[in-house]
Structure formats: structure tokens, C-alpha cells
Ligand binder design. Structure first.
Ligand SMILES: [Fe+2]
Ligand SMILES: [Fe+2]
Length: 313
């Protein structure tokens, strides 16, 4: 990269990074009328038994969903993206020049700040609303999926897999928070939280995608083949959801629905839950496929036929 381009990128971070320029987000007085999380992402919220309970129950469910989302974002940032950025900084992944190390430091700073903003928001929201998070997760489905996939690989391939997995995760996260930020019906502070965050994430997505593209071209062929073969299953796992819907059950029980009522609500919203998940996953996969082709990862379907052709010759 040219010195002038490097300078532009560094200036851009100094001028635009939210950690340097955004004021603290103050959660205003709580109202259960205001939506803190999209109803469309909460399959149980439109069930007649929930609606019959009134606004407070719906607001409680949405607050719990928002807490889980924010905790999940914080985990991804502090346990996954920062970890990978530190690996880049400390040359655990080959081919990282001094400017890429400098950028890795901006990601560490940004992500630490985002995690701080998210936790600050949760704490304020809890104080204003009196709604206590039902659980403070130590991991989530996405992190577990990445750890499962990494564990199947030889040690020598894990650093490269971490970079690939973070590149994909940053792309997914950017889209997710951009969509939430665009949702016009949500509380203003939640929208601001998402839009501030998105300003940094676009830069991160490009950084990791460019690095991964450069690295892909220099990775051993055996590593490329292994990643190409494992990606479809990995993406299914990474983008998957908890089919048992255990957290929704927990929320419903906390709303004092009986076990039988809880099961009924879960059963009767299963179609909507699955449809919502399938719709989000299908869109995300199309975007990730495009990103993978840009990086240089072959389409697994074509890779299979190319391998068959090679074997036949
Ligand atoms: Fe972030
Ligand atoms: Fe990021």
C-alpha cells in the first residue's frame, strides 16, 4: 500500500473513530411503550397470550432479547476480534507488515470501546427499567461454532482459520447492526448505539477482508483445500440458532407462564421463529459467498468438480 493511502487511512481513523468523537449514550427515563429491540426478531411477542398480558410483558421480553444481543456483541468483540487483532499485532499470522499491525491496534481500541458502550448501555437500561438480565452469557453460539471448527484443525492451520472466521464474523456483525440501526421503530438511544457502532465496523470489515485476501493467496494449498471443504458446514453452524429455544423458554418462565403455557407459546410460534431464522440466514449466506469469492475461496461445488476432473485425468 502506498504511503499516501496509509496516511489517509490513519487520518480517517483519527477523524472518524467513535472512540475519539462520540459522546456517552445516556439512556433516558424508561417507558415500556418504546421498543428497545425489533418485535420482528422476537417470534413470541405477537402470540395472543403475550399480547393479553399487556405492554409490560412485551417490554420485558424485548429488553431481555436486547441484553442478549448486546452481551453477544461484546463477547464477539472481546473474545474473538480483539484476540485475532492481537495475534496479527504479534506476528502469529504470517505476512503482516507494520502498517497492518498499526491498523490491528485501531481494531483493538475500537472493539474495546464498543464492548464498553454496550455494557454501559445494559447497566443504564437495567437501572432505568428495573429489568435485570436473566443471564450474563460467557459464550454464545457463534463463538462456540468457531471454537468447534478450530478444534478439528491441526495446530498449524488454526491462526489462519481464526483470521478467516473473524473476517466472516465482522461482515455478519456489520450487516446485523446496520439493519438494527435502520429500524425506524426503535428507541432513539438504541438506534444511536447501532449507528455509531456501524461507523467503525465498515472499516474493520474492509481491513480483515483485504488481509484475508492477501493471506489466502500465500497459504499452503493443503490449508486452502481444508478450509474450502469445511466452510459450508462451518457457516451452517456459525449462522445457526439454538433449536431448543431455551432462552425464550427461560424468559417466558420468568414472565410467570406455567411450563404448559410456555410450551404452548413456543410450539405455536415455531413456524414464525423458523421462518425468521431461515430468511436472515439465506440473505447472510449470499453475502458471505460473495465475500469468500472476493477473497479467493473457490465455490465448494466447483472445487468438488475440479477435484473430480483432476482425479479422472
Ligand atoms: Fe465492534
Ligand atoms: Fe469490528
Amino acid at each position: 500500500m502506498l504511503i499516501a493511502e496509509q496516511n489517509d487511512l490513519t487520518n480517517h481513523w483519527y477523524q472518524r473513530a467513535t472512540v475519539r468523537h462520540t459522546p456517552r449514550i445516556i439512556v433516558p427515563d424508561y417507558s415500556d411503550e418504546e421498543l428497545i429491540y425489533p418485535l420482528a426478531r422476537c417470534a413470541v411477542c405477537d402470540h395472543p397470550m403475550i399480547l393479553a398480558r399487556g405492554q409490560a410483558t412485551r417490554a420485558f421480553i424485548l429488553a431481555q432479547a436486547a441484553y442478549q444481543f448486546l452481551y453477544g456483541v461484546g463477547l464477539l468483540e472481546t473474545k474473538f476480534v480483539i484476540q485475532c487483532s492481537l495475534a496479527l499485532l504479534h506476528h502469529e499470522i504470517p505476512g503482516i507488515d507494520e502498517f497492518a499491525r498499526l491498523q490491528a491496534l485501531t481494531v483493538v481500541i475500537d472493539e474495546g470501546y464498543h464492548a464498553h458502550v454496550a455494557l454501559d448501555y445494559i447497566i443504564q437500561m437495567q437501572a432505568r427499567s428495573g429489568i435485570v438480565p436473566l443471564q450474563v452469557p460467557q459464550s454464545n453460539h457463534k463463538l462456540d461454532a468457531a471454537a468447534r471448527a478450530s478444534a478439528t484443525l491441526p495446530e498449524a492451520m488454526r491462526a489462519d482459520f481464526q483470521l478467516l472466521a473473524v473476517t466472516l464474523a465482522e461482515n455478519v456483525l456489520t450487516d446485523e447492526i446496520a439493519n438494527l440501526g435502520r429500524d425506524k421503530g426503535l428507541a432513539q438511544t438504541f438506534t444511536t448505539l447501532m449507528m455509531d457502532h456501524v461507523r467503525d465496523e465498515g472499516r474493520h470489515s474492509n481491513y480483515f477482508a483485504d488481509l484475508m485476501k492477501a493471506r489466502w493467496a500465500h497459504m499452503p494449498q493443503a490449508t486452502r483445500d481444508r478450509f474450502t471443504a469445511m466452510l459450508p458446514d462451518y457457516l451452517d453452524d456459525f449462522l445457526g440458532t439454538d433449536p431448543s429455544r431455551s432462552f425464550e423458554r427461560k424468559i417466558l418462565r420468568a414472565c410467570e407462564f406455567s411450563p404448559a403455557e410456555t410450551e404452548r407459546i413456543i410450539d405455536e410460534t415455531q413456524g414464525e421463529f423458523q421462518a425468521l431464522h431461515d430468511q436472515l440466514t439465506a440473505k447472510t449466506k449470499i453475502r458471505l459467498d460473495r465475500l469468500l469469492r472476493q477473497i479467493g475461496v473457490p465455490d465448494p461445488a466447483n472445487a468438488d468438480s475440479a477435484a473430480a476432473l483432476d482425479a479422472a485425468v
